[in-house]
Design a protein around this ligand. Structure first.
Ligand code: PXP
Length: 240
């Protein structure tokens, strides 16, 4: 079955609205894990708009499945991640003005910085995933850097305005999954996935894990986090 990683950033977004202590992202991670998710994802952004430094250290201790830290290539964040030693890091582009991660990494343009950063994580045996657009030039640039795991950006598929555009974006995701797999990479996907558009992505042959945040947390507001996670797992399971 395709795995589900739950991104809990927006639990912290609600907490930061009052700069208080609740809702607690660590309690949320425990509920997600008890409900069957396969990993917990949190993004320590440079501007600390949701997840805070203290959260990632607590998550490191509390997470029993796999802790996947999303992060930019900024040296301060790389240094924290290296000390933190999560199970996995997912490297994403980051711009302060954006509402959420808007595009994939330009792997070739960042090759030198990536090489330096990869050395740090490889030394610590931390799995590294790169968040990229479903484009062959990005996948080939990953191959050139010796990358073993990628996350395909599903934003354009999720936000497609017409059935034809969605079909086109879906075809790219399926083809790029196949290409990356042929090159020996583990393929994950995420961004903008919800209770309607996830099953098709879960059916892509070779897909390993889907990372989903906003839709699950939004649904949780109405039905509770445990049920929201279980519903998504059921959809993914039924899609297989
Ligand atoms: N994967 C990556 C790399 C992301 O940056 C995000 C957004 O933080 C997600 C998955 C989850 O996206 P969404 O919140 O739209 O489900």
């Amino acid at each position: 079955m395709v795995k589900l990683g739950v991104n809990i950033d927006h639990i912290a977004t609600v907490r930061q609205a009052r700069r208080g202590v609740e809702p607690d992202p660590i309690a949320a991670a425990r509920i997600c894990e008890r409900s069957g998710c396969h990993s917990i994802v949190a993004h320590l952004r440079e501007d600390r708009r949701h997840i805070q430094d203290g959260d990632v250290w607590k998550l490191r201790k509390a997470v029993k499945t796999r802790f996947n830290l999303e992060m930019s290539l900024q040296p301060e964040i790389v240094a924290i991640a290296a000390r933190l030693d999560p199970d996995q890091v997912t490297i994403v582009p980051e711009r302060r003005q954006e509402i959420t991660t808007e595009g994939g990494l330009d792997v070739a343009a960042n090759a030198r910085r990536l090489q330096r950063t990869l050395k740090v994580f490889h030394r610590k045996r931390i799995t590294v995933s790169l968040f990229i657009a479903p484009q062959s030039r990005q996948i080939l640039a990953c191959r050139d850097l010796g990358i073993s795991m990628i996350e395909l950006h599903t934003g354009r598929y999720a936000e497609a305005k017409t059935a034809a555009a969605r079909k086109n974006e879906f075809a790219k995701l399926a083809a790029m999954t196949q290409l990356a797999q042929r090159l020996g990479m583990t393929v994950n996907a995420g961004h903008g996935l919800n209770y309607e558009n996830t099953p098709a992505v879960a059916r892509i042959p070779g897909m390993e894990e889907l990372n989903i945040g906003h839709a699950i947390i939004a649904r949780a507001v109405f039905i509770g986090l445990g049920r929201a996670v279980k519903e998504m797992l059921q959809l993914i399971h039924n899609a297989a």
